[in-house]
Design a protein around this ligand. Sequence first.
Ligand code: MF3
Ligand code: CO
Ligand code: CO
Length: 267
Amino acid sequence: MGIILKTPEEIEKMRLTCRLAADVLDYITLFVVPGVTTGELDRLCHEYMVDVHGCIPATLNYVPSRGYKPYPKSICTSVNHQICHGIPGDKPLKNGDILNIDVTTIKNGYHGDTSRMFLVGDVSIQARRLCEITFECLWLGISKVRPGGHLGDIGNAIQRHAEKSGFSIVREFCGHGVGAGFHEDPQVLHYGTAKSGPELKPHMIFTIEPMINAGKAAIRQMADGWTIVTKDHSLSAQWEHTVLVTESGHEVLTVSPGTRRPPDGIE
Ligand code: MF3
Ligand code: CO
Ligand code: CO
């Protein structure tokens, strides 16, 4: 396929769809409380995306490749030891849970992809630390995005911070180019070697979405064909932004009023 450099018109469309995706996460935040089911969160996000934003939820009926059955919901909700692609259902959230909500919009044919961690009620210090370190990993990766840099710089920065903190990186899933396609080239690994891989060029757009486990890196797929969990049942966290390579550095596209600022000292 090759990495698609986006035109100025495409970049404008990406700014819009990405802002809407982030806005969905702002909207759902107040509903994430003990007792709510992930199915209810899905229903609320679906209605907001379709009725308020005029978007198509990209995950609904999505078939990434052969062997997958269509994804049945409009968002992904991954709770505690679930790493990613958790399917919303009728189980209520409980005090102390951590969960990732991952939203992908399609607006005017273009995809905006972002996810955040949510803390339900009083969360253990260990779980909060995992969420914070993972957020720092995302931003250390973003801080490497500039023309002339390499894709491997991103993974290297993420891996070093996660492993220094005693956590492990999920290898089987990665960030990805995004645009008219949901998952385009390149694959953005969350581990690797600095100065390796393709050179970053202005007008590339891709996601960075590290999945970090408190325990071992090994994963397992659930019988639903989608949900990915840690094999050792340790907690897992993930944050995701869609990022544009600019002439001088980067622009994070998945921003909204409720988007968290980068950690202190990182830009
Ligand atoms: N939004 C996820 C990503 O960041 C992909 C979800 S695909 C689904 O790439 F089918 F599981 F929804
Ligand atoms: Co993504
Ligand atoms: Co996503």
